[in-house]
Ligand binder design. Structure first.
Ligand code: SF4
Ligand code: SF4
Length: 202
């Protein structure tokens, strides 16, 4: 060892340093804070600085990126919010760190439980973003969000309640267009098959 490797390493750093200025000139000021600039710097063949100036710049996330879960609601023909969750409890059973709490609503007249959640809460300090809840939900009612900027100075409010967890079907489609289109298609196919079966038995 005669220090040659250290000199070689410093040479690589110096090369990146000068390449950064050359690339800045080549991009004519569009290398930073533009979508193309960010894409250019995350490319494997990038020259010069490849870092992202977060939080001013953010890397777009892939469709399958997952952070915290949220609950999907549809809008009925009357314009009412329809929560897909039936409070079946499967997600809370499969959740490895057991951070989902659910109780069912009760029919005000009979007092019997109905298929709607009264309480649906997730402790986001415990959630490990595994996505099991979304994988196992039989009603496509819980999905994994892309929102990751949730850091706060306090733990107060880190148990997300039903209202905070609710997001529209359109929002779900906007972050996961392929998944949501595939699920819609499967749902329509199932409904058509059901209809066909019921017609054939009449
Ligand atoms: S989110 Fe899905 S799995 Fe969880 S309770 Fe609701 S319907 Fe069941
Ligand atoms: S993502 Fe995983 S840890 Fe988080 S609530 Fe769902 S199942 Fe539990």
């Amino acid at each position: 060892m005669n220090g040659w490797e250290i000199i070689r390493g410093l040479g690589v750093t110096l090369g990146h340093f000068f390449d950064t200025y050359l690339e800045d000139i080549r991009w004519k000021g569009k290398r930073y804070r533009t979508k193309e600039g960010i894409e250019g710097r995350r490319n494997a063949s990038v020259r010069g600085a490849f870092t992202i100036q977060y939080p001013e710049e953010k890397l777009p996330v892939w469709e399958e990126f997952r952070y915290l879960p949220f609950l999907v609601y549809d809008i009925s023909a009357e314009g009412e919010r329809e929560i897909r969750c039936t409070a079946c409890g499967i997600c809370s059973k499969v959740c490895p760190p057991q951070c989902i709490w659910i109780t069912r609503k009760k029919d005000p007249e009979t007092g019997r439980p109905i298929t709607k959640p009264e309480v649906f809460a997730i402790d986001v300090d415990i959630c490990m973003n595994c996505g099991f809840c979304a994988e196992f939900c039989p009603f496509d009612a819980i999905k994994m969000d892309h929102e990751y900027e949730i850091a706060s100075r306090s733990r107060d409010g880190n148990i997300y309640q039903l209202e905070k967890l609710l997001k529209s079907k359109d929002y779900y489609h906007s972050i996961r267009p392929n998944n949501s289109s595939r699920e819609e298609k499967e749902k329509l196919e199932k409904e058509a098959e059901k209809l066909k079966k019921s017609e054939s038995t009449v």
